[in-house]
Design a protein around this ligand. Sequence first.
Ligand code: FAD
Length: 303
Amino acid sequence: MPLTPEQTQEIEAARANPRPTLRAVSEGMEAHLYRAHEVLDHGFVRVVDYMGDDSAIVQAARVSYGAGTKHVSNDEGLIRYLMRHWHSTPFEMCEIKLHVKLPVFVARQWIRHRTANVNEYSARYSILDREFYIPAPEQLAAQSTINNQGRGETLQGEEAARVLEILKSDAGRAYDHYEQMLSQEGQSGLARELARMNLPANIYTQWYWKVDLHNLFHFLRLRADSHAQYEIRVYADAICKVVADWVPAAYAAFEDYRMGGATLSGKALDCVRRMLAGEAVDQENSGMSKGEWREFRALLDEG
Ligand SMILES: Cc1cc2nc3c(=O)[nH]c(=O)nc-3n(C[C@H](O)[C@H](O)[C@H](O)COP(=O)(O)OP(=O)(O)OC[C@H]3O[C@@H](n4cnc5c(N)ncnc54)[C@H](O)[C@@H]3O)c2cc1C
Protein backbone atom coordinates (compact mmCIF):
# COMPACT_ATOMS: atom_id res chain seq x y z
CA MET A 1 0.00 0.00 0.00
CA PRO A 2 1.58 3.36 -0.97
CA LEU A 3 0.25 5.33 2.02
CA THR A 4 0.08 3.98 5.56
CA PRO A 5 -3.28 4.37 7.39
CA GLU A 6 -1.59 6.98 9.63
CA GLN A 7 -0.45 8.99 6.60
CA THR A 8 -3.94 8.83 5.07
CA GLN A 9 -5.45 10.01 8.35
CA GLU A 10 -2.95 12.88 8.57
CA ILE A 11 -3.78 13.99 5.02
CA GLU A 12 -7.52 13.82 5.61
CA ALA A 13 -7.16 15.88 8.79
CA ALA A 14 -5.13 18.52 6.95
CA ARG A 15 -7.63 18.70 4.07
CA ALA A 16 -10.55 18.94 6.51
CA ASN A 17 -9.13 22.09 8.03
CA PRO A 18 -8.78 24.77 5.32
CA ARG A 19 -7.77 28.25 6.40
CA PRO A 20 -8.11 31.59 4.55
CA THR A 21 -4.83 33.16 3.49
CA LEU A 22 -3.57 36.42 2.00
CA ARG A 23 -0.79 34.59 0.18
CA ALA A 24 -0.82 34.00 -3.57
CA VAL A 25 -2.74 30.82 -4.26
CA SER A 26 -2.74 28.69 -7.38
CA GLU A 27 -6.19 27.14 -7.77
CA GLY A 28 -4.77 24.26 -9.80
CA MET A 29 -2.24 23.48 -7.11
CA GLU A 30 -4.76 23.69 -4.27
CA ALA A 31 -6.48 20.68 -5.83
CA HIS A 32 -3.22 18.70 -5.62
CA LEU A 33 -2.23 19.80 -2.13
CA TYR A 34 -1.72 16.77 0.12
CA ARG A 35 -3.13 14.34 -2.43
CA ALA A 36 -0.91 11.32 -3.13
CA HIS A 37 -0.43 10.38 -6.79
CA GLU A 38 0.48 6.71 -6.96
CA VAL A 39 3.63 5.81 -8.87
CA LEU A 40 5.04 2.29 -9.54
CA ASP A 41 3.74 -0.49 -7.30
CA HIS A 42 4.12 1.10 -3.84
CA GLY A 43 5.36 4.62 -4.51
CA PHE A 44 3.75 8.05 -4.61
CA VAL A 45 4.33 11.75 -5.03
CA ARG A 46 2.31 14.24 -3.02
CA VAL A 47 2.50 17.99 -2.69
CA VAL A 48 3.07 19.01 0.92
CA ASP A 49 3.45 22.75 0.32
CA TYR A 50 4.21 25.31 -2.36
CA MET A 51 5.01 28.97 -2.79
CA GLY A 52 4.14 31.27 -5.69
CA ASP A 53 2.31 30.96 -8.99
CA ASP A 54 2.72 32.28 -12.53
CA SER A 55 2.29 35.85 -11.32
CA ALA A 56 5.17 35.48 -8.82
CA ILE A 57 7.47 34.85 -11.80
CA VAL A 58 6.14 37.87 -13.67
CA GLN A 59 6.27 40.06 -10.54
CA ALA A 60 9.94 39.20 -9.93
CA ALA A 61 10.85 39.76 -13.57
CA ARG A 62 9.23 43.17 -13.65
CA VAL A 63 11.17 44.21 -10.52
CA SER A 64 14.50 43.14 -11.95
CA TYR A 65 14.09 44.16 -15.58
CA GLY A 66 11.83 47.16 -14.87
CA ALA A 67 11.09 49.30 -17.91
CA GLY A 68 12.69 46.67 -20.15
CA THR A 69 9.73 44.38 -19.61
CA LYS A 70 7.04 46.99 -20.35
CA HIS A 71 6.92 46.20 -24.05
CA VAL A 72 5.84 42.67 -23.13
CA SER A 73 2.46 43.59 -21.68
CA ASN A 74 1.02 40.12 -21.46
CA ASP A 75 2.16 37.87 -18.56
CA GLU A 76 2.24 34.73 -20.66
CA GLY A 77 4.37 36.49 -23.26
CA LEU A 78 6.80 37.64 -20.57
CA ILE A 79 7.10 34.12 -19.16
CA ARG A 80 7.81 32.77 -22.64
CA TYR A 81 10.42 35.52 -23.15
CA LEU A 82 12.11 34.62 -19.84
CA MET A 83 12.19 30.91 -20.72
CA ARG A 84 13.40 31.58 -24.26
CA HIS A 85 16.27 33.73 -23.04
CA TRP A 86 17.29 31.40 -20.19
CA HIS A 87 16.41 33.85 -17.40
CA SER A 88 16.45 31.64 -14.37
CA THR A 89 15.97 33.67 -11.20
CA PRO A 90 12.32 34.71 -11.78
CA PHE A 91 11.46 30.98 -11.86
CA GLU A 92 13.34 30.49 -8.59
CA MET A 93 10.65 32.61 -6.88
CA CYS A 94 8.33 29.58 -6.91
CA GLU A 95 9.01 26.60 -4.68
CA ILE A 96 7.47 23.19 -4.17
CA LYS A 97 7.79 20.68 -1.33
CA LEU A 98 7.01 17.06 -2.19
CA HIS A 99 6.69 13.90 -0.16
CA VAL A 100 7.98 11.07 -2.33
CA LYS A 101 8.04 7.34 -1.76
CA LEU A 102 10.44 5.63 -4.16
CA PRO A 103 12.72 2.59 -4.54
CA VAL A 104 16.29 3.13 -3.31
CA PHE A 105 17.80 2.63 -6.79
CA VAL A 106 15.56 5.43 -8.10
CA ALA A 107 16.51 7.59 -5.11
CA ARG A 108 20.18 7.17 -6.05
CA GLN A 109 19.51 8.77 -9.45
CA TRP A 110 17.21 11.43 -8.00
CA ILE A 111 19.66 12.55 -5.29
CA ARG A 112 22.21 13.49 -7.95
CA HIS A 113 20.12 16.65 -8.43
CA ARG A 114 21.96 18.69 -5.83
CA THR A 115 19.96 21.88 -6.06
CA ALA A 116 17.15 20.67 -3.79
CA ASN A 117 16.65 20.21 -0.06
CA VAL A 118 16.10 16.67 1.13
CA ASN A 119 15.09 14.99 4.34
CA GLU A 120 14.97 11.17 4.10
CA TYR A 121 13.40 8.44 6.22
CA SER A 122 16.02 7.23 8.67
CA ALA A 123 16.69 3.49 8.52
CA ARG A 124 19.06 4.02 11.47
CA TYR A 125 16.13 5.21 13.58
CA SER A 126 13.21 3.22 12.12
CA ILE A 127 12.64 -0.20 10.63
CA LEU A 128 12.03 -0.25 6.89
CA ASP A 129 8.75 -1.74 5.64
CA ARG A 130 8.63 -4.99 3.67
CA GLU A 131 7.94 -3.22 0.39
CA PHE A 132 9.92 -3.85 -2.78
CA TYR A 133 9.55 -2.63 -6.31
CA ILE A 134 8.74 -5.56 -8.56
CA PRO A 135 8.43 -4.42 -12.19
CA ALA A 136 5.17 -4.95 -14.04
CA PRO A 137 5.55 -7.69 -16.71
CA GLU A 138 5.71 -5.12 -19.54
CA GLN A 139 8.70 -3.47 -17.84
CA LEU A 140 10.74 -6.67 -17.58
CA ALA A 141 13.00 -5.95 -20.52
CA ALA A 142 16.27 -7.38 -21.79
CA GLN A 143 19.46 -5.31 -22.13
CA SER A 144 19.29 -3.13 -25.24
CA THR A 145 21.61 -4.23 -28.04
CA ILE A 146 21.97 -0.69 -29.40
CA ASN A 147 22.10 1.39 -26.21
CA ASN A 148 24.36 0.36 -23.32
CA GLN A 149 22.22 2.50 -21.01
CA GLY A 150 18.84 1.16 -22.06
CA ARG A 151 16.32 -1.63 -22.47
CA GLY A 152 15.38 -3.76 -25.40
CA GLU A 153 12.70 -6.37 -25.97
CA THR A 154 10.32 -7.34 -23.16
CA LEU A 155 11.02 -10.74 -21.63
CA GLN A 156 8.35 -13.32 -22.34
CA GLY A 157 6.91 -16.51 -20.89
CA GLU A 158 9.21 -18.71 -18.84
CA GLU A 159 12.07 -16.24 -18.86
CA ALA A 160 9.88 -13.46 -17.46
CA ALA A 161 8.50 -15.82 -14.83
CA ARG A 162 12.02 -16.94 -13.83
CA VAL A 163 13.24 -13.35 -13.41
CA LEU A 164 10.16 -12.31 -11.44
CA GLU A 165 10.60 -15.30 -9.15
CA ILE A 166 14.25 -14.40 -8.49
CA LEU A 167 13.36 -10.78 -7.74
CA LYS A 168 10.57 -11.72 -5.35
CA SER A 169 12.36 -14.51 -3.53
CA ASP A 170 15.64 -12.57 -3.10
CA ALA A 171 13.76 -9.57 -1.71
CA GLY A 172 11.70 -11.75 0.64
CA ARG A 173 14.74 -13.67 1.88
CA ALA A 174 16.81 -10.52 2.43
CA TYR A 175 13.94 -8.96 4.41
CA ASP A 176 13.48 -12.13 6.50
CA HIS A 177 17.18 -11.98 7.38
CA TYR A 178 16.91 -8.25 8.12
CA GLU A 179 14.16 -8.98 10.65
CA GLN A 180 16.10 -11.91 12.10
CA MET A 181 19.21 -9.78 12.53
CA LEU A 182 17.27 -6.98 14.25
CA SER A 183 15.98 -9.24 16.99
CA GLN A 184 16.23 -12.85 18.02
CA GLU A 185 14.75 -14.21 21.21
CA GLY A 186 17.27 -13.99 24.06
CA GLN A 187 19.76 -12.03 21.93
CA SER A 188 20.23 -8.28 21.69
CA GLY A 189 20.02 -8.10 17.86
CA LEU A 190 22.01 -6.05 15.39
CA ALA A 191 21.62 -2.24 15.24
CA ARG A 192 19.17 -1.01 12.56
CA GLU A 193 21.92 1.05 10.94
CA LEU A 194 23.86 -2.18 10.31
CA ALA A 195 21.04 -4.66 9.67
CA ARG A 196 19.81 -2.60 6.69
CA MET A 197 23.01 -3.22 4.73
CA ASN A 198 21.83 -6.49 3.20
CA LEU A 199 18.54 -5.06 1.90
CA PRO A 200 18.22 -4.87 -1.89
CA ALA A 201 18.12 -1.60 -3.84
CA ASN A 202 14.47 -2.16 -4.82
CA ILE A 203 13.27 -1.57 -1.25
CA TYR A 204 11.26 1.64 -0.82
CA THR A 205 12.43 4.75 0.98
CA GLN A 206 10.67 8.09 1.51
CA TRP A 207 11.73 11.69 1.58
CA TYR A 208 10.62 15.27 1.62
CA TRP A 209 12.08 17.06 -1.38
CA LYS A 210 11.94 20.84 -1.72
CA VAL A 211 13.10 22.60 -4.86
CA ASP A 212 12.55 25.87 -6.70
CA LEU A 213 10.82 25.91 -10.07
CA HIS A 214 13.95 26.67 -12.09
CA ASN A 215 15.79 23.63 -10.73
CA LEU A 216 12.63 21.53 -10.88
CA PHE A 217 12.39 22.29 -14.61
CA HIS A 218 16.02 21.18 -14.97
CA PHE A 219 15.18 17.92 -13.15
CA LEU A 220 12.08 17.36 -15.30
CA ARG A 221 13.94 18.15 -18.50
CA LEU A 222 16.38 15.33 -17.73
CA ARG A 223 14.11 12.84 -16.00
CA ALA A 224 10.86 13.17 -17.98
CA ASP A 225 12.93 12.67 -21.12
CA SER A 226 12.73 9.42 -23.07
CA HIS A 227 16.43 8.73 -22.29
CA ALA A 228 15.74 8.60 -18.53
CA GLN A 229 15.14 5.22 -16.92
CA TYR A 230 11.44 4.32 -16.87
CA GLU A 231 11.33 4.01 -13.07
CA ILE A 232 12.38 7.64 -12.48
CA ARG A 233 10.55 8.91 -15.56
CA VAL A 234 7.18 7.89 -14.15
CA TYR A 235 7.84 10.07 -11.09
CA ALA A 236 8.90 12.97 -13.33
CA ASP A 237 5.74 12.48 -15.43
CA ALA A 238 3.57 12.61 -12.29
CA ILE A 239 5.32 15.83 -11.19
CA CYS A 240 4.88 17.33 -14.69
CA LYS A 241 1.11 16.98 -14.32
CA VAL A 242 1.20 18.76 -10.97
CA VAL A 243 3.40 21.57 -12.31
CA ALA A 244 1.13 22.04 -15.34
CA ASP A 245 -1.75 22.79 -12.93
CA TRP A 246 0.37 24.88 -10.55
CA VAL A 247 2.00 27.30 -13.02
CA PRO A 248 0.20 26.71 -16.35
CA ALA A 249 1.94 29.52 -18.28
CA ALA A 250 5.45 28.62 -17.07
CA TYR A 251 4.83 24.92 -17.71
CA ALA A 252 3.55 25.59 -21.24
CA ALA A 253 6.71 27.64 -21.96
CA PHE A 254 8.87 24.86 -20.49
CA GLU A 255 7.11 22.23 -22.56
CA ASP A 256 7.57 24.26 -25.72
CA TYR A 257 11.16 25.51 -25.31
CA ARG A 258 12.77 22.78 -23.22
CA MET A 259 10.87 19.50 -23.68
CA GLY A 260 9.77 20.15 -27.25
CA GLY A 261 12.67 22.34 -28.38
CA ALA A 262 16.28 21.50 -29.23
CA THR A 263 19.66 23.21 -29.18
CA LEU A 264 21.58 23.32 -32.43
CA SER A 265 25.36 23.68 -32.72
CA GLY A 266 26.81 26.34 -35.01
CA LYS A 267 27.55 23.66 -37.62
CA ALA A 268 24.03 22.25 -37.42
CA LEU A 269 22.52 25.71 -37.80
CA ASP A 270 24.71 26.32 -40.82
CA CYS A 271 23.43 23.04 -42.36
CA VAL A 272 19.82 24.13 -41.81
CA ARG A 273 20.56 27.42 -43.58
CA ARG A 274 22.20 25.60 -46.47
CA MET A 275 19.27 23.17 -46.73
CA LEU A 276 16.80 26.06 -46.77
CA ALA A 277 18.82 27.59 -49.60
CA GLY A 278 18.27 24.36 -51.56
CA GLU A 279 21.75 22.82 -51.15
CA ALA A 280 22.08 19.02 -50.82
CA VAL A 281 23.73 18.55 -47.44
CA ASP A 282 24.97 15.18 -46.21
CA GLN A 283 27.22 14.01 -43.41
CA GLU A 284 30.35 14.31 -45.50
CA ASN A 285 29.89 17.96 -46.45
CA SER A 286 28.19 18.93 -43.16
CA GLY A 287 31.36 19.30 -41.09
CA MET A 288 29.73 17.10 -38.44
CA SER A 289 30.88 13.74 -37.10
CA LYS A 290 28.79 10.63 -37.91
CA GLY A 291 27.24 10.71 -34.42
CA GLU A 292 26.42 14.41 -34.63
CA TRP A 293 24.90 13.95 -38.09
CA ARG A 294 22.78 11.00 -36.93
CA GLU A 295 21.38 12.99 -34.01
CA PHE A 296 20.83 16.07 -36.20
CA ARG A 297 18.93 14.01 -38.80
CA ALA A 298 16.88 12.37 -36.05
CA LEU A 299 15.93 15.85 -34.77
CA LEU A 300 14.76 16.95 -38.22
CA ASP A 301 13.03 13.67 -39.06
CA GLU A 302 11.27 13.10 -35.71
CA GLY A 303 9.18 16.24 -36.17
C1 FAD B 1 19.90 9.93 -18.87
C2 FAD B 1 20.90 10.18 -17.78
C3 FAD B 1 21.98 9.35 -17.64
C4 FAD B 1 22.93 9.56 -16.62
N1 FAD B 1 23.99 8.70 -16.47
C5 FAD B 1 24.88 8.90 -15.47
C6 FAD B 1 26.00 8.02 -15.27
O1 FAD B 1 26.18 7.06 -16.00
N2 FAD B 1 26.83 8.25 -14.23
C7 FAD B 1 26.68 9.32 -13.38
O2 FAD B 1 27.47 9.49 -12.46
N3 FAD B 1 25.63 10.17 -13.55
C8 FAD B 1 24.75 10.00 -14.55
N4 FAD B 1 23.68 10.86 -14.69
C9 FAD B 1 23.54 11.96 -13.73
C10 FAD B 1 23.95 13.31 -14.34
O3 FAD B 1 25.32 13.29 -14.75
C11 FAD B 1 23.75 14.43 -13.31
O4 FAD B 1 24.55 14.18 -12.16
C12 FAD B 1 22.31 14.54 -12.86
O5 FAD B 1 21.46 14.51 -13.98
C13 FAD B 1 22.11 15.84 -12.09
O6 FAD B 1 22.25 16.90 -12.98
P1 FAD B 1 22.81 18.31 -12.53
O7 FAD B 1 24.15 18.15 -11.87
O8 FAD B 1 22.76 19.20 -13.73
O9 FAD B 1 21.69 18.75 -11.49
P2 FAD B 1 21.82 19.62 -10.11
O10 FAD B 1 22.70 18.92 -9.19
O11 FAD B 1 20.40 19.92 -9.72
O12 FAD B 1 22.51 20.89 -10.61
C14 FAD B 1 21.85 21.85 -11.46
C15 FAD B 1 22.92 22.73 -12.04
O13 FAD B 1 23.52 23.47 -10.99
C16 FAD B 1 24.93 23.59 -11.22
N5 FAD B 1 25.64 22.96 -10.09
C17 FAD B 1 25.10 22.25 -9.06
N6 FAD B 1 26.04 21.88 -8.19
C18 FAD B 1 27.22 22.34 -8.69
C19 FAD B 1 28.54 22.27 -8.26
N7 FAD B 1 28.90 21.69 -7.13
N8 FAD B 1 29.49 22.84 -9.02
C20 FAD B 1 29.17 23.47 -10.18
N9 FAD B 1 27.92 23.57 -10.65
C21 FAD B 1 26.94 23.02 -9.90
C22 FAD B 1 25.21 22.91 -12.55
O14 FAD B 1 25.12 23.88 -13.57
C23 FAD B 1 24.07 21.95 -12.70
O15 FAD B 1 23.77 21.60 -14.05
C24 FAD B 1 22.76 10.66 -15.71
C25 FAD B 1 21.65 11.51 -15.87
C26 FAD B 1 20.73 11.29 -16.89
C27 FAD B 1 19.55 12.21 -17.00
